[in-house]
Design a protein around this ligand. Structure first.
Ligand SMILES: [Zn+2]
Length: 168
């Protein structure tokens, strides 16, 4: 059986969507596209925990994709970052994985239909094992937002730990 994996674009990462059961991949360019602080912190944690892997697409996969795009004429326009993400999904498929691309971008979803690459939208409830984080004080259990930077509780001074939560 092929390994199911997810390939995440910026909308997926900003939406806080990734699988904890399967491996998640994204490209270096997507990482640099993430500007808002909350998403950056979540992303950094996910990378440190090995939940999200960063990988460049294979140049051959990118070339194949560009051929398909050129044949489509002006109908399908993708940014360089978007091309890289689709090409990464193709690369991983060639490596024997079973990738699903997670994106809310319609242009990308259209090209994925054409190349028969499975995809899902970020905003749909399709992904069951989506997680997020809260920070919680070990002592008094006060909850802090994920982007809270201090390591000690402002109330009792105990250590603040990060805890995984399922999204409602
Ligand atoms: Zn506390």
């Amino acid at each position: 059986m092929k390994n199911k994996i997810f390939v995440l674009d910026a909308s997926a990462i900003i939406g806080g969507f990734y699988s904890k059961k399967s491996a998640n991949f994204t490209t270096p360019d997507v990482i640099s596209e993430i500007k808002d602080l909350k998403s950056k912190i979540l992303l950094q944690s996910a990378i440190e925990e090995g939940c999200i892997e960063i990988k460049d697409p294979d140049p051959a996969a990118l070339k194949r994709l560009e051929t398909v795009l050129n044949e489509s004429g002006d109908i399908l326009r993708l940014s360089e970052v978007d091309k890289d993400i689709v090409a990464l999904a193709i690369t991983l498929k060639n490596e024997g994985y079973d990738p699903t691309l997670v994106t809310d971008d319609y242009s990308m979803q259209n090209i994925l239909k054409i190349i028969k690459m499975p995809y899902r939208s970020v905003l749909t409830k399709g992904i069951k094992d989506v997680i997020g984080w809260v920070k919680i004080c070990k002592g008094c259990k006060k909850k802090y937002p994920p982007e809270y930077a201090m390591e000690e509780c402002e109330i009792c001074g105990s250590r603040i730990i990060r805890k995984r939560v399922k999204k409602p």
